[in-house]
Ligand binder design. Structure first.
Ligand code: NAD
Ligand code: WQD
Length: 337
């Protein structure tokens, strides 16, 4: 299959490119590099033996996108491109609507022009809002608590409307839980610019001595140790989930939602302990007030992915922490993030 990856130079896109190439597919990466580095291309090349094709452009450039789909005889698109920082989305909501919602409208227009109907969309468990029950299955009611989440919700609704309007569409919204870890080579991984918002990149920098200590946001949640519980999923498992989903889409018209999670929740303190073990470093932390908008616990019912895609996560917490630490050390050595 020929697959175009919007946002393919980013954290999840680059790992998915590796998984697709290793499964024998051809890929074209399409990214404006607003949150990634051109050096990622060479790293993917080092892992798989040959750098993939890369087009530096914005998804809102509909003509360039539709030309790329036609010229490279694309069969399916994996759509990762977008902005993803929850806090920033409250400060700059229009940037989020423009990038995420308008960007997706442009992509769908380009796909229509080029006659490409298969799409895997980077959804998020954030569309479940405050959990009414756990584990979260795909039938859980949807809501959003911040502009970023609303863009994900609007896009899902738009995709459902589109699939009703024309039966040619084959769309899957993959609702990711908490992606973590890196490729085992340590060449690609998650490298947020500035102070990380997400737990594991923050912990990795504390372990490396680049940040003094972690603030644990709340220890009075109704969870076993009082800290927030999340479903962390290894980014290579997530990448392989995309390969399975794109294969599956061929025989499944319509618009589908599928969770990509492990079903296992870990608390913040369990994550700190696992990372300290993997890195053999102390992780100093202090308890801080709850972070606005956080929920106590969030984890997936991953049953639909297994039933439909034949996919389930294979890698555990130790692997997520070890690979994140390996990436942290390598990126320090090479100076490349
Ligand atoms: P990322 O920022 O590392 O990757 C996104 C990529 O898209 C970047 O390379 C960026 O340069 C590119 N991009 C952004 N806007 C673009 C545009 N207008 N045109 C072209 N390229 C553009 O983020 P990620 O963690 O890899 O996330 C990928 C997708 O998965 C996003 O849609 C995100 O919302 C979603 N998601 C991420 C998480 C997470 O925790 N990482 C969880 C759930 C869902
Ligand atoms: C995990 C846990 C924090 C940082 C976010 C988005 C979500 C999705 C994934 C895109 C929580 C605690 C964190 C810190 C801490 N992204 N924590 N100290 O909030 O589950 O999900 O990323 O779709 O939409 O909201 O992930 O990694 O920020 O937090 O104690 O410095 O770690 O309170 O319990 P979250 P996270």
């Amino acid at each position: 299959m020929n697959v175009l990856l919007t946002g393919g130079m980013g954290y999840i896109g680059s790992h998915t490119a590796v998984a697709l190439l290793q499964a024998g597919h051809r890929v074209v990466l399409y990214d404006n590099l607003c949150n990634s580095d051109a050096g990622v291309l060479g790293c993917i090349g080092q892992i798989v033996g040959k750098a993939p094709l890369f087009i530096q452009a914005d998804v809102r450039d509909t003509q360039t996108l539709s030309d790329a789909l036609t010229r490279h005889e694309i069969d399916a698109v994996a759509h990762f491109a977008g902005l993803k920082a929850v806090g920033e989305s409250a400060q700059k909501p229009l940037a989020y609507y423009a990038n995420n919602v308008e960007g997706t409208v442009s992509l769908l227009e380009a796909m229509t022009r080029a006659g490409v109907c298969s799409l895997a969309f980077s959804g998020s468990a954030t569309v479940y809002g405050e959990p009414r029950y756990l584990p979260l299955d795909e039938a859980h009611p949807l809501s959003a608590t911040n502009p970023y989440g609303r863009t994900k919700l609007h896009i899902e609704e738009m995709l459902r409307d589109l699939s009703v309007s024309d039966p040619c569409w084959r769309i899957v919204c993959l609702r990711y839980f908490n992606p973590a870890g890196a490729h085992e080579s340590g060449l690609i991984g998650e490298s947020p610019s500035g102070i990380p918002n997400n737990l594991l990149p923050y912990v990795a920098r504390v372990a490396a001595g680049e940040l003094p200590s972690l603030s644990v946001f709340g220890d009075d949640y109704p969870t076993p140790d009082g800290t927030g519980v999340r479903d962390y999923i290894h980014v290579m498992d997530l990448a392989e989930g995309h390969v399975a989903a794109l294969d599956w889409l061929g025989g499944h018209p319509g618009c589908h939602a599928i969770n990509l999670g492990t079903g296992q929740g870990y608390s913040v303190l369990e994550m700190v302990e696992a990372f300290a073990k993997a890195s053999e470093r102390a992780i100093p932390y202090q308890i801080a007030p709850r972070r606005a908008g956080d929920v106590a616990a969030c984890y997936a019912d991953p049953g639909k992915a297994l039933r439909e895609l034949g996919w389930q996560a294979r890698r555990g917490l130790a692997d997520m922490c070890a690979s994140a630490w390996n990436f942290q050390r390598r990126s320090r050595e090479t100076g490349f993030r």
